[in-house]
Design a protein around this ligand. Structure first.
Ligand SMILES: [Zn+2]
Length: 263
């Protein structure tokens, strides 16, 4: 399987499976590597050792244990930058980032721009560089993160922002939730041919043991009900489920999020 992203000459982005359904995304250029949300140090160390790589940086999107659990061990004998949200006290983070700040990874020849995307947590950030988005637990393929600190309005607005990125932006989220999300998406918008096509493709990928990620912003805008809260099909399904027609996009999103919580 080739994980090389065509926009990044010489950089591979590799999913390291961890826990039940996490991907720890590892960026690699030559013998240099960086890792996003290393919840498990052993998984990262094994890959570094097996491929003779030197870890140069860590990027953290938010403070949940499955995203930061490996940081202390990874930095114990390394003096490397650990980027993370400035608004949250996270042990090990030595490069706190706020909206618009740059996470510079000179060893890999990449610099990410910080987007504050609250909702899943109050202080969640995402990393964006020419066509590549690491969005943690904010946006998933066909779904979005739960509200574990932020508000529905915040997550709605954060997703709106991500949806405005160029269509071909590659979406690297942290969890392989796609098939389960697609089951809910079918309930939330019964008629959506693009979504049905993506479901067939994802079932094929999973049967072959392959990730459904990264997704693309353009695809998510077409298939992800949480980005489609102004579409008639979604509004009608939410109205039928909740017994009341949502007053607007934010209300539709909040009702959808609550519905999915108990789906
Ligand atoms: Zn989380």
């Amino acid at each position: 399987m080739n994980h090389q992203h065509p926009d990044f000459c010489g950089i591979d982005i590799i999913p390291l499976p961890a826990f039940r359904d996490n991907y720890l995304w590892l960026l690699r250029r030559g013998t240099r590597a960086a890792v996003v949300d290393p919840g498990d140090a052993a998984v990262v160390e094994r890959h570094l050792a097996a491929h003779g790589l030197a870890l140069c940086a860590i990027l953290i999107t938010h403070h949940h244990a499955d995203h930061i659990g490996g940081v202390a061990e990874l930095v114990a004998e390394r003096d490397i930058p650990v980027f993370g949200p400035a608004a949250e006290a996270i042990a090990g983070v030595n490069r706190p980032l706020s909206e618009g700040d740059t996470a510079d990874l000179p060893e890999l020849g990449i610099a990410f721009r910080t987007l504050e995307v609250p909702g899943h947590t109050r202080t969640h950030i995402a990393y964006l560089a020419s066509g590549i988005l690491f969005c943690g637990d904010t946006l998933f393929s066909a779904g979005c993160g739960r509200l574990l600190g932020g508000t529905a309005a915040q997550l709605h607005d954060s997703l709106r922002r991500l949806a405005e990125l160029p269509d071909d932006t590659a979406v690297y989220c942290t969890h392989e939730y796609t098939l389960a999300n697609l089951a809910f998406a079918r309930a939330a918008e019964p008629s959506n041919a693009e979504r049905d096509g993506w479901q067939v493709e994802c079932a094929r990928l999973r049967a072959a043991g392959r990730p459904t990620l990264p997704s693309r912003i353009g695809r998510e805008r077409q298939i992800n009900p949480f980005l489609r809260t102004t579409e008639n099909g979604v509004i009608a399904a939410v109205a039928a489920h909740a017994g009341v027609r949502p007053a607007g996009s934010r209300e539709c999103f909040a009702a959808l999020r609550a519905w999915k919580d108990n789906f």
